[in-house]
Design a protein around this ligand. Structure first.
Ligand SMILES: C[S@@+](CC[C@H](N)C(=O)[O-])C[C@H]1O[C@@H](n2cnc3c(N)ncnc32)[C@H](O)[C@@H]1O
Length: 219
């Protein structure tokens, strides 16, 4: 998804370096202890949050955790920042960067969950390496996640879901939860689900939502 460029979003990002790290140097680790009031809280990362409904809702509901929104597009980063400021979410930081460098920005084994929500499907075989569940991405997530840390993935795209199951299985990951119809799951699963913008759109069109939780097992 490519958002139309919004000059106000770029300006807002530039005015708030305390909340957004804009295209950092991948050779330098980020000192997150300078950005979160309490670094001992569990850290959760969403890769590709888009306009950020999921991550801002999570940050609001879970003040006992720290969140990082890792988003490629500056306009999306600005939209998330606007919500962060409006909702007053000190436990949310925005990292405007490519997830291909995720292992450069976080200490080893420092996060306990990585969320991949409605990632771009890149259906052409020649673009396989860009899919956020390609093996090189899985390897980087493994570096960043704690032992028993989880990847939580949701999509409306059957092809990307099948591909991701296969890619994670080939990598030796364990599946803790898999569904091909998240919105018709049991009540407790439904009540804990936080919808994303894409999820709301596709589910309201009657499309099934696929989801999985997977971990790398104890190394
Ligand atoms: C299809 S949108 C989904 C947005 C949101 N997660 C949702 O469910 O509504 C995918 C988002 O992932 C971001 N993205 C794609 N590749 C990325 C990468 N390598 N690193 C960081 N963000 C990425 C895009 O900029 C876009 O905002």
């Amino acid at each position: 998804m490519r958002l139309r460029n919004k000059p106000w979003a770029v300006k807002l990002v530039q005015e708030h370096p305390e909340s957004v790290i804009d295209r950092p140097d991948p050779t330098q680790k980020i000192d997150w202890s300078k950005r979160f009031a309490d670094i001992s809280k569990p850290l959760e990362i969403e890769v590709g949050p888009g306009k950020g409904k999921f991550i801002t809702t999570m940050a609001e509901k879970h003040p006992e955790k720290n969140f990082v929104a890792l988003e490629l597009q500056m306009t999306a980063a600005g939209i998330i920042l606007r919500s962060k400021l409006a909702q007053n979410l000190p436990n949310l930081q925005i990292l405007c960067a490519d997830a291909a460098n995720i292992d450069c920005f976080f200490k080893k084994h420092s996060a306990n969950t990585i969320y991949l929500n409605f990632s771009d499907p890149w259906p052409k075989t020649r673009h396989e390496k860009r899919r956020l569940t390609y093996k090189t991405f899985l390897q980087k997530y493994q570096t960043v996640l704690q032992e028993n840390g989880q990847i939580q993935f949701k999509t409306d795209n059957a092809g990307l879901f099948a591909y991701s199951l296969q890619s994670m299985n080939n990598y030796g990951m364990h599946f803790d939860f898999v569904t091909v119809d998240l919105h018709n799951e049991k009540e407790d699963i439904l009540t804990s689900n936080i919808e994303t913008e894409y999820e709301h759109k596709f589910a309201s069109q009657g499309n099934p939502i696929y989801a999985l939780h997977a971990d790398f097992g104890v190394k």
